[in-house]
Design a protein around this ligand. Structure first.
Ligand code: LUZ
Ligand code: MOS
Length: 751
């Protein structure tokens, strides 16, 4: 079953917010955002802006009827700045006009009189000033203090990774339509319809039930619309309520890049102790997370960093300290991997340095320390159905790792200025929101009188193919052809209190809810069959391929007639069900529990070639064995794995979010922010599904796929790093990503 939307996508017929037909007289909004990094607002000058033809109003914090607050985890973020701006790009005012051109022209005419304040851009500097979003978080296992004594070697180091722009194709966008009955419909490009509804209600000071959030599809999100779609949607709602007209707000690309937060840059210190054979006995890591000026999702992101700081390795004695540092950058936010990649980068850096110390290849140390069945994670969960070694061994054999290594070595001995490098990257990623309460979902399934099926859930389609999966789940459970099953838009009036479509768990959580709803309907229909055909209690009734089977024999009653019969017997043809992931729990005071439904494993081997005179490089090959469980749709899952992998390599290599010392984002356009394109993708790109994979906890035995493959991208950093090592074996390189060509040269030639 393929995504029915592919057809309208390629013809350009799929609607995103900015393509929606206008509902009558629509007004347009433009955000006026702070040009100062940290300042007290003393006054505005709106005269010139108001004189722009077509301008209707300029909205400021003073116009907000309810709370001027959009913080999700912590209430520390205004919708529109009141007295102080805390980052350049912070929304300060909203211009409403008859056209987008007028709105943007007017926004550019606003001036502000401000008193500039000192600011901090760096996480460590913020920590030194005690500027933390939450108190330090510490995850600990074993007895690290006495473990150091048993180590043959202890080494210390530092590893930094940079931010990442989400670069969803559809920028942040929303339109709100006020209805005559006092309700508002918010069309939002959000991963979190309920968050939009909740915050809009509080800002407008009306009950949540008066707001309906409607989401058809997103043109990409990658975590960037888990939290940061909310203020954009709420601004459009605020404007619509004040103007009593529909208001559309679509961020131009450059505004989007300046206003919204990104992946968190991390700076980390580690200390790692190991035996002379390379067995890791103790690991201590301190993660300085650059949270930006408001909490956003930073505390949750930080927790996932602490969960995944061991990546795919068993480390008996561990201490991980997470520091969420408040700086004057735009609030950083969810981004595919959600803090996991940043922490995994550090352990990979540490293992690289172990290998250098012992004079062996990194892969030897990695393999020696892989998680085994039954090992305890530092948060107390047991590794069950652990596939770490299986994926590693399968990748090593299938892709002939020794041949790759031999090829790299012989190339390097035959070349002086061009060097090759290879790296292996195992991944282990936990599936479930780490905030246990978020792991719940609803489905609403209607069977209509003609037998067609309409399904609503809280899942948001953002190009990841969740609708196709949900349809497949319903088709399998009801044994129907997909052509009569329809996945409806995501809507808070139909499905309330949803969790974000995030944490790779959209298909799992909502899919289980759809399965439950369909099973309930099936049970009712089987009762109808028994009644209608007057069957004995022991007769086996089955619904298969739109037919009714009794004791294995097809009867004349078909799906359509069965539905009509059920209706006439006054049996409900709708079901609304709730699913909550069973058994998971986590105690945030001890930081122990079983937070994840299961883990996803895999191993990638990445090869790179570096021109050590120019600093340029090419990724030559990506070979991975990935555990998809029993994939519901291999086309979608392969697409997710390939996309995530390239996005991860982009983060590690060429994508560089640069703020200058004045706090100005220099990489605020596609001319200055480079992302991988199709030319960058290597010719050899193999992702092999782990064979005979299974997953009793996942929907239809599949495994969540959205995020885990991103972290294979870390292998690209170390492949390039290893090439640099081949060029200058005796030089000690800093570990700092992204490994741009500029950084390659600095590594090679600066002292
Ligand atoms: N969002 C969230 C996430 O709120 N909690 C999580 O654990 C998470 N993990 C990955 C991506 N988004
Ligand atoms: Mo999240 S990083 O939106 O899965």
């Amino acid at each position: 079953m393929n995504n029915p939307e592919y057809h309208t996508h390629v013809r350009g017929e799929s609607h995103y917010i900015d393509d929606m037909p206008n509902p009558g007289e629509v007004l347009y909004a433009a955000v006026y955002y702070a040009g100062d990094v940290h300042a007290i607002i003393k006054g505005f000058s709106f005269e010139k802006a108001l004189a722009v033809p077509g301008v209707k109003k300029i909205i400021t914090a003073a116009d907000i009827p309810g709370q001027n607050q959009v913080g999700n985890i912590i209430s520390d973020e205004t919708l529109l700045a009141d007295t102080t701006v805390h980052y350049r790009g912070q929304p300060v005012a909203l211009v409403i006009a008859e056209s987008k051109e007028s709105a943007h022209e007017a926004a550019s005419q606003i001036t502000v009189n401000s008193l500039k304040l000192p600011f901090v851009l760096d996480a460590r500097e913020a920590y030194a000033k005690d500027s933390l979003i939450i108190p330090p978080r510490v995850f600990e296992s074993g007895d690290i203090e006495s473990a150091w004594e048993q180590c043959d070697f202890v080494i210390e180091g530092k590893a930094d990774s940079g931010g990442q722009e989400h670069l969803y194709l559809e920028t942040q966008a929303a339109m709100t339509v006020p209805l005559p009955n006092g309700k508002f419909t918010i069309y939002s490009s959000t991963q979190s319809p309920t968050a939009v509804q909740k915050i809009a209600a509080a800002v407008l000071d009306i009950p949540m039930s008066r707001i309906e959030v409607e989401v058809e599809r997103l043109g990409g999100a990658f975590g960037g619309k888990e939290d940061q779609a909310t203020p954009i949607a709420v601004l459009s709602a605020l404007a619509a309520s004040l103007m009593k007209k529909p208001v559309k707000l679509v961020l131009p690309r450059q505004d989007d890049m300046r206003i919204t937060g990104k992946r968190h840059p991390y700076s980390s210190d580690y200390k790692i102790g190991f035996t002379k054979e390379g067995k890791i006995l103790a690991y201590e890591v301190t993660l300085y997370q650059n949270a930006g000026a408001a909490a956003d999702l930073s505390p949750a992101v930080l927790d996932r960093s602490l969960f995944h700081c061991n990546n795919s390795y068993f480390i008996p004695n561990l201490r991980a300290i997470g520091l969420s540092c408040r700086t004057n950058l735009p609030p950083n936010t969810a981004f595919r991997g959600f803090g996991g990649p940043q922490a995994m980068f550090v352990i990979e850096a540490a293992i690289t340095k172990i290998a250098e110390k012992l004079g062996v290849s990194t892969a030897v140390i990695q393999e020696l320390n892989l998680l085994r069945e039954g090992d305890l994670f530092h948060y107390g969960q047991k590794a069950e159905q652990c596939k770490a070694k299986e994926c590693w061994s399968d990748a090593a054999q299938r892709f002939k790792i020794d041949e790759i290594r031999g090829r790299v070595e012989s190339f390097n001995s035959g070349h002086v200025a061009v060097k090759k490098g290879m790296a292996v990257m195992p991944v282990c990623f936990g599936i479930s929101f780490t905030s246990t309460f978020l792991n719940q979902a609803y489905a609403l399934v209607h069977i209509y009188r003609d037998g067609s099926v309409g399904i609503s859930t809280g899942a948001v389609e953002m190009g990841q193919g969740v609708n196709t999966k949900l349809k497949e789940i319903a088709a399998q459970t009801l044994s129907l052809d997909g052509s009569i099953i329809f996945i409806e838009t995501t809507n808070t009036t139909r499905i309330a209190n949803t969790s974000a479509t995030a944490a790779s768990s959209g298909a799992d959580l909502n899919g289980h809810a759809v399965r439950l709803a369909c099973e309930l309907l099936k049970e009712r229909l089987i009762m109808v069959v028994r009644d209608e055909l007057d069957l004995q209690a022991n007769a086996a009734v089955e619904l298969r391929d739109e037919k009714v089977f009794v004791n294995g024999k097809a009867r004349r009653l078909k799906w359509k007639e069965l539905i009509d019969t059920a209706y006439k017997k006054r049996i409900s043809l709708s079901s609304h069900t709730h699913y909550a992931t069973p058994k998971i729990h986590f105690d945030t005071s001890t930081n122990k529990g079983d937070p994840f439904a299961y883990h996803v494993y895999g191993t990638a081997i990445i090869e790179a070639t570096v021109d050590c005179l120019r600093g340029t490089y090419k990724i030559n090959g990506i070979h991975a064995v990935h555990d998809f469980g029993k994939s519901i749709n291999m086309v979608i899952d392969r697409g997710q794995a390939e996309g995530a992998l390239i996005q991860g390599i982009g983060w590690m290599t060429m994508e560089e979010v640069i703020f200058n010392d004045d706090g100005i984002l220099l990489s605020d356009a596609l001319s200055t922010y480079k992302v991988p394109d199709i030319q960058f993708v290597p010719d050899t790109f193999e992702i092999h599904p782990l064979e005979d994979a299974d997953n009793p906890k996942g929907i239809l035995k599949s495994k969540a796929v959205g995020e885990p493959p991103l972290m294979y991208g870390i292998g690209a950093y170390f492949a390039i790093y290893n090439a640099l090592k081949a060029f200058r074996p005796d030089k000690e390189f800093d570990i700092a990503a992204p490994m741009t060509p500029e950084r390659v040269l600095l590594n090679l030639y600066a002292d």
